[in-house]
Design a protein around this ligand. Structure first.
Ligand SMILES: [Zn+2]
Ligand SMILES: [Zn+2]
Length: 128
């Protein structure tokens, strides 16, 4: 890996550590503030490699079916704001899962991470 590519990769990880979740476009916009010559292809290559190495996880997709990455690679649930698309890590208590399964019925079992949607504090204020 070239020195430049290492520098970009570090910057991508630093950015995601700060913001938690981001799309390739957001990563690109951030990187271009410091490195004007970074291309979308480079960003795509870096995030793909980080996913392969387990340094990034896939977050729930963003609006417009856009891939979104997660710096938190541990299993966790998400809250997503249906207005501004803000994503927040959350752990929905395991005690709630049996209740959800009971409501779903027919012996269906919940597996994997949960995504719940609604309005974030900022958006719910603006909507009033
Ligand atoms: Zn919002
Ligand atoms: Zn997350």
């Amino acid at each position: 890996m070239s020195e430049r590519s290492t520098r970009y990769t570090k910057a991508v990880q630093g950015y995601l550590t700060e913001v938690g979740h981001a799309t390739n476009v957001e990563v690109l916009e951030y990187l271009q503030k410091s490195y004007a010559d970074v291309s979308a292809t480079t960003v795509h290559r870096i995030t793909t490699r980080l996913i392969e190495r387990g340094k990034l996880a896939m977050a729930p997709i963003a609006k417009g079916n856009v891939m979104r990455f997660d710096i938190n690679t541990e299993p966790h649930d998400h809250f997503v704001c249906s207005n501004c698309d803000m994503l927040r890590d959350t752990h929905i208590a395991s005690a709630i899962r049996p209740l959800l399964e009971e409501s779903i019925g027919d012996g269906c079992q919940i597996s994997g991470n949960l995504v719940v949607s609604g309005l974030c504090k900022k958006c719910s204020k603006e909507m009033k």
